[in-house]
Design a binder for this molecule. Structure first.
Ligand code: MG
Length: 406
């Protein structure tokens, strides 16, 4: 029988900040972008603020009206990175099979190691204790024979709690939960399920497989198997060396993107983030994809495959801007997502096109030089001129921002 744990650090950003500020104990605290800016947004809140109704995504003004004595702190992403790495390190004491799911949560496959520790519950309790004493942060842990149930378990009791979901109790513990609590069920799927009279996870487990396949294809059958406790998913082993299939970054702009110049500004920024991660993974890409959302909340996407692999931010940006031009229509844009796929090892020899090759290599040398300078003098040491005075996004290295990362 398999044994999975899922650990989730509670109120991550806010917890990291509060761990450094014991004087704020008992006060409502939120991590937010610059509170002086109109668009300052709550990125995370502590338990006290949560109890007063403050939500992630509230503006600073909204949060203040719910909790007048709330303390706003600016985000420190370098700290979150550091704590995140330490949490994964703690997890590795109990298993080498650790699969991250965001900076503050991951699965552990303890099937092979549970006999060393006694039980899944013992591992979960020790994990929480280690995280609490070493990092000063509470975490919730789910323990189960299935990966999906372990994740549900870590969500069921918060903060600082262990929930065990066994073969004997999953029907009574999991089945009464709403179907949208399942990882991967978004608004559209849940609306579709409701129309089929499926509201709880138990409803889903007891729906005829053929009905689900008709509505959702193969995913419907997989989902049904999962909620009956037979997901058969494993934990991916390597934290660092995991095979990446695509690399992407997206950002919701702080205001509508009205002009081509606005779009270019954001695309160049996203392309730099993508290119930096490609270097980290040592890959080139032949595929570039964009996804845009307009201010009327309509979506559009487009992708292309090049005849040769690229890796410089300028090349990625140029292709992405071309793709956006083909899909954007006339409405102002609100968010842009740039990603690359069809990745190949950067070390592999490649055939550059006769006309673009020299330009490509020049752009790559430029990226390498910029990266070297940033490594030595800090990420803010060198920025593109178009990023020096813009009001479209807040640089992660500078302050307020709203990223999503895949
Ligand atoms: Mg969390």
């Amino acid at each position: 029988m398999s044994l999975f744990l899922h650990i989730d650090m509670n109120n991550f950003y806010a917890s990291v900040e509060c761990a450094e500020r014991p004087d704020l104990d008992g006060l409502p605290v939120a991590v937010a972008g610059d509170p002086k800016k109109r668009h300052g947004i709550v990125l995370a809140k502590n338990q006290v603020a949560k109890a007063l109704g403050v939500s992630t995504g509230d503006t600073v003004g909204e949060a203040k009206s719910k909790a007048p004595n709330i303390v706003f702190l600016p985000p420190h992403f370098d700290r979150y990175d550091r704590i995140s790495k330490r949490m994964f390190g703690i997890c590795n004491r109990y298993s080498c099979f650790v699969e991250p799911f965001g900076p503050d949560e991951c699965w552990l496959d303890c099937t092979q190691t549970v006999h060393l520790f006694g039980s899944g519950k013992f591992i979960a309790d020790s994990l929480r204790e280690n995280v609490r004493t070493e990092l000063g942060i509470t975490a919730s842990v789910g323990v189960s024979f299935s990966k999906m149930f372990a994740k549900l378990g870590s969500d069921m009791k918060k903060p600082d709690a262990t929930t065990v979901i066994s073969e004997d109790n999953f029907r009574e513990k999991v089945w009464p939960l709403p179907a949208e609590d399942l990882c991967g069920i978004g608004r559209r799927t849940s609306e579709k399920l409701h129309r089929m009279n499926v509201f709880t996870i138990g409803d889903l487990a007891n729906t005829d497989e053929r009905v689900l396949v008709r509505a959702f294809g193969k995913n419907g059958a997989d989902l049904r198997r999962s909620v009956n406790g037979r997901d058969g998913y494993g934990v991916r082993e390597a934290v660092e060396g995991r095979d990446v299939k695509s690399i992407g970054h997206g950002l919701t702009a702080l205001r509508d993107l009205e002009t081509q110049e606005d779009i270019n500004t954001l695309v160049y920024y996203l392309s730099e983030l993508v290119a930096a991660r490609m270097v980290k993974h040592g890959v080139n890409a032949k595929g570039v994809a964009v996804h845009v959302r307009t201010n009327a909340l309509t979506h559009a996407g487009k992708q292309t495959t090049l005849s040769y692999p690229i890796r410089s931010s300028a090349d990625i940006a140029e292709v992405a801007i071309g793709l956006i031009g083909q899909v954007r229509g006339t409405l102002p844009l609100r968010s842009i997502d740039v990603s690359v796929f069809m990745l190949s090892p950067a070390a592999a020899p490649r055939q550059l096109s006769f006309f673009d090759g020299a330009e490509c290599e020049r752009n790559e040398r430029l990226d390498d030089a910029v990266a070297a300078i940033r490594l030595k003098y800090g990420k803010g040491a060198l920025i593109r001129a178009c990023h020096a005075a813009q009001d479209i996004f807040c640089d992660k290295n500078v302050g307020d921002f709203l990223p999503f990362k895949r």
